[in-house]
Design a protein around this ligand. Structure first.
Ligand code: C2E
Ligand code: CA
Ligand code: CA
Ligand code: CA
Length: 279
């Protein structure tokens, strides 16, 4: 494979065989990615279905490597977490995301918030809350303009510690969402105790609900239950009109997925907004 040159295809072929070598190369690449400016935030619109406008957007990191092209976050985030590199990457995401939230709010006043994914490793850092405070002050933004998405599996791991950390963020005025809800070891009991504002229903539920009546019933009751305890529900991975209509009928609060838009770069998001909501 080497003789073909190190293009993206070659690099990602032979997944099993090159697994170790690939990891080593990715880790080495991550080492210099920040200083070489190889990261970028993409944004995926979240729409208020019943009112039909973009209420918020989720920031999703992209790694544009000069040789390998786009490397998926599903691939490099776990590596960054195990190597400790996630601290500096996470700090960059906060900086970049806060800056964008401020700019976008000025351009599009209807914007309610920008969602940023926060890794468990990042959340557990001693100075995480302090870091957030500093960034809020630096960019002088309304804290409620920022939402952190925390993955479900993380939370259950160390419940007490997580509740405490999330409460501190909540006190700052940051909005909180529980990501990938419904996967992992869902216990309804911790839902009650977490100081969160909304849950993001995992796309595995959404993608088959239009074919599987059992799943549709579950989604229905999950939404009712969440609303009953004062939580909003965001459905992720909405790909078809039928899914969108079902979710709308079930009074889901927001939808996000390829049906509306893939994650797009900053320019693309501005174009999306201007095309749909410009004067
Ligand atoms: P996630 O937070 O669950 O993000 C949703 C993923 O689903 C994104 O993949 C998004 O592109 C994809 N997606 C959105 N709509 C659809 C759809 O309609 N159909 C399908 N099939 N997929 C859809 P992406 O961008 O590759 O991100 C993967 C994961 O990487 C994220 O999952 C998140 O866990 C992590 N990640 C991304 N950005 C960051 C970041 O800035 N920090 C941290 N710590 N993790 C991040
Ligand atoms: Ca997320
Ligand atoms: Ca998710
Ligand atoms: Ca995920």
């Amino acid at each position: 494979a080497k003789k073909q040159g190190r293009n993206r295809i070659e690099f990602f072929q032979d997944e099993m065989k090159d697994c170790f070598e690939k990891k080593m190369r990715l880790e080495a690449g991550l080492h210099t990615a920040l200083e070489n400016n190889e990261f970028e935030l993409f944004y995926q619109p979240q729409l208020n279905v019943s009112l039909g406008y973009m209420a918020s957007a989720e920031a999703l990191i992209r790694w544009n490597h000069p040789e390998w092209g786009m490397v998926s976050p599903a691939e490099f985030i776990p590596l960054a977490e195990s190597s400790g590199r996630i601290s500096s990457i996470g700090a960059w995401v906060i900086d970049e995301g806060f800056k964008m939230a401020k700019e976008l709010k000025q351009h599009y006043p209807k914007l309610q918030r920008i969602g940023l994914n926060v890794s468990s490793v990042q959340l557990r850092e001693q100075n995480f809350v302090e870091q957030v405070k500093v960034a809020l002050a630096e960019y002088n933004i309304e804290p409620s303009l920022i939402e952190f998405e925390i993955t479900e599996s993380v939370v259950i791991d160390r419940l007490e510690e997580t509740i405490e950390k999330l409460s501190e963020l909540k006190k700052l005025g940051i909005a909180l969402a529980l990501d990938d809800f419904g996967t992992g070891y869902s216990s309804l009991n911790y839902l009650r105790r977490l100081p969160i504002d909304r849950v993001k229903l995992d796309r595995s539920f959404i993608q088959e609900m239009d074919e599987d009546p059992k799943l549709a019933t579950m989604v229905h009751h999950i939404i009712e239950m969440a609303h009953g305890i004062g939580l909003e529900v965001v459905a992720e991975g909405v790909e078809t009109e039928k899914q969108m209509q079902m979710l709308n009928a079930l009074q889901v609060d927001k939808v996000q997925g390829y049906f509306y838009s893939r994650p797009i770069d900053q320019k693309g998001l501005y174009a999306f907004i201007d095309a749909k909501y410009g004067e």
